[in-house]
Every structure is written in C-alpha cells, then in structure tokens.
Design a binder for this molecule. Structure first.
Ligand code: FMN
Length: 324
C-alpha cells in the first residue's frame, strides 16, 4: 500500500510536509499547485512552492515531493513540466480538480472535466515532453456538475499516457460534502488499466479499510484527515499490518504543534503563524476534543509569543498532572 499526502493550497506547505512525513506512513507528497497561464515560469516560482527541490526533491525525512501544475494550455503546461523535472521534481502531477471560481473561470482545474478532449491534449503534451522515466500523473474529481463524463475522462487520461490517476471521489458540485463515492473508483479501475489512487473523506484507519474495499485500490491519498490526525498515515499502515493502532496521544500532538511553531516562526518571521496555527486547529478539533478546548483560549490571541506560551502551558499542565 502507498499513501500519498494530498496537495492543499494554503495549508500543506513545505513545513507541514516536513512535520507529517517525519511522523511516517507517507510514500509521496504532491505540492500545492503551480498556476501556469501563458509562459515558462522562472525557477523561483517552483522553488517557492517546493523548496524541497533544492534538497533533491525529497522532504528531510526522505519522502519524494512531486510538483503539481494547474492550467489549460497544453504547450505551456508541457514547458513548465519539463522545467519542474529539470529542477528535481520526481515527476509532475496535473490538477483537474480545483473548484476555485477564479481558476475555473480561466478554464483551469475542475472545469476541464467538462472538456474530455482538452484533458487528453494536456496530458499527451506533458507526457510527450517529459522524459519517460518521470511519472506524469493526474488528479481529478468525478466530474464538474455530474458523473456523465467520469469514465470518458478516465479513458482519455489513460490513452494520453498518464502514469497514474488520483480520484477525489466527488464532483465539483459536491464540494466537500460527505460522502465520497468510493465505489466510483472501482468502476474507473474496471474501465482503464491504470493504477488509481483513492482520495476523499478518509479520517480514520477504519475509513481507509472501507475505502480500499469499496474502491478496490491499493493506494490512498490523505488530505484533511492527515491534518486532523497527524499520525493517520502511520496508523493506517499499522492497522493493516497488525489489525490494531493507537491514535497519536494529545501531548504528542502538542509537541508537534510547538515544533511546527519553531519552524513556522523562523521560516517566515511569524507573519502568518497565527493564521496557520489556528487553521491547523480547525482540523485537529475534528479528531481531538482537547483541541476544541484549547482553541477557545487561542482564538483571541494574535501574537506568536502568546500563542506559543498557551501551547507550552497546555503541555506543561499535562506533564504536571502526569507527574503527580
Ligand atoms: C484547503 C484545501 C486546499 C486544496 N488544494 C488543492 C490543490 O492545490 N491541488 C489539488 O489537486 N487539490 C487540492 N485540494 C483537494 C485535496 O487534495 C483533496 O483532494 C480533498 O481535500 C479530498 O481529500 P480529503 O477528504 O482527504 O481532504 C485542496 C483541498 C483543501 C481542503
């Protein structure tokens, strides 16, 4: 089984990839998307989104990080894909799932799921341009408004030469509303002889079991679930190996948050730290009741030192209790 860390624009940056891949369980990460319009982007755009390119295209824990591109022009996507692999990306991923209005308006992301021929042209152009040893992968939703083109799109992606396909098992219109329709992934797998990574709504090892069963896939991609439960990828693998697992205890999550705080504050001088840590809490609250309680204190704080002091205080409090 392979587990891939999902691209999440504005949420999963190189620091988060570092944290999560250190915990273990992940085999591959996909970056936030690089937006391609009508030019060959300078190297700095790629290294800003994927600083790991300067370290051999892997996280400090050694997990490969693949650059994702989003756009609608086959030629420019191909040119930029070549640049990404020249800079050290282990392959290129193409985004056909982004629901953002601004992106869809300029014919990028999920809106291309209405244009099977364009999907084909993009993947073919990128595949022809990128040396064969580098994977060219695609990430789709089931469709834009409905699932009428799901299988046609999957066929086009396969025929254009994609190496692998990730399916977020919902349409654009479904947004992020549960459920994810994992059985659709099985239909896709029965239609094309391509490895399909199953994605959407995996929050626990039990969800992973059900998803693998219903999709028939062997590989999973985790997005929000990995933020809500930072040990999720490791737990899923342990669950499959031993039929048991233990969710990361809350004090360890607090230690992780403090470690992240050190990185984040040093990395961007703390400008975005307050937003980032609160954003992470919005996911942690889904799996840890302790996060909900602590968030009530953090909510009104803005300054990095105050937030860190609150986190540290919470950890000291727990350590104090366990010592007595
Ligand atoms: C805040 C956020 C940002 C995202 N950014 C991207 C992105 O840049 N590229 C992409 O292909 N998908 C993106 N996605 C979709 C996720 O990769 C994933 O397909 C989706 O969240 C479903 O998986 P999950 O239920 O495990 O979260 C984003 C999702 C969220 C919530």
């Amino acid at each position: 089984m392979r587990i891939v860390l999902a691209p999440m624009e504005g949420v999963v940056d190189h620091l988060m990839r570092d944290m999560l891949t250190r915990i273990g369980g992940f085999d591959l990460c996909i970056t936030e998307f690089v937006r391609v319009v009508d030019q060959l982007l300078p190297s700095r755009v790629f290294t800003r989104i994927c600083p790991e390119l300067k370290q051999g295209g892997v996280t400090p824990a050694g997990v490969p990080v693949r650059v994702q591109l989003l756009g609608q022009e086959p030629h420019w996507l191909a040119e930029n894909a070549v640049r990404a692999v020249q800079l050290g990306s282990p392959g290129v991923d193409l985004n056909f799932g982004c629901p953002a209005k601004a992106v869809n308006k300029s014919r990028g992301g999920a809106v291309l799921l209405k244009e099977t021929e364009t999907l084909y042209q993009i993947i073919k152009a990128v595949r022809d341009a990128v040396p064969a040893q580098f994977p060219v992968t695609a990430k789709i939703r089931l469709g834009f408004d409905d699932t009428s083109l799901t299988l046609d799109n999957a066929r086009a992606i396969y025929e254009a030469g994609a190496t692998e396909l990730t399916v977020h098992a919902r349409t654009k219109s479904d947004g992020y509303r549960p459920p994810a329709y994992w059985p659709w992934i099985k239909q896709i797998r029965q239609t094309i002889p391509l490895n399909v990574v199953a994605n959407g709504e995996i929050w626990t090892p039990e969800d992973a079991t059900l998803c693998l069963e219903q999709s028939g896939s062997t590989d999973l991609m985790l997005g929000r679930g990995a933020l809500a439960s930072p040990g999720l990828a490791r737990d899923i693998k342990q669950h499959f190996a031993t039929a048991t697992h233990q969710k990361m205890p809350w004090p360890q999550v607090l230690e992780l948050l403090l470690q992240y705080s050190d990185y984040e504050i040093a990395g961007d001088k703390g400008l975005y730290y307050s937003n980032r840590i609160k954003q992470w809490f919005s996911y942690l609250k889904l799996q840890y009741v302790e996060a909900e309680v602590l968030f009530q204190q953090l909510r009104l704080q803005q300054k990095a030192p105050d937030l860190v002091a609150t986190l540290r205080g919470a950890l000291d409090h727990i350590s104090g209790i366990s010592e007595h």
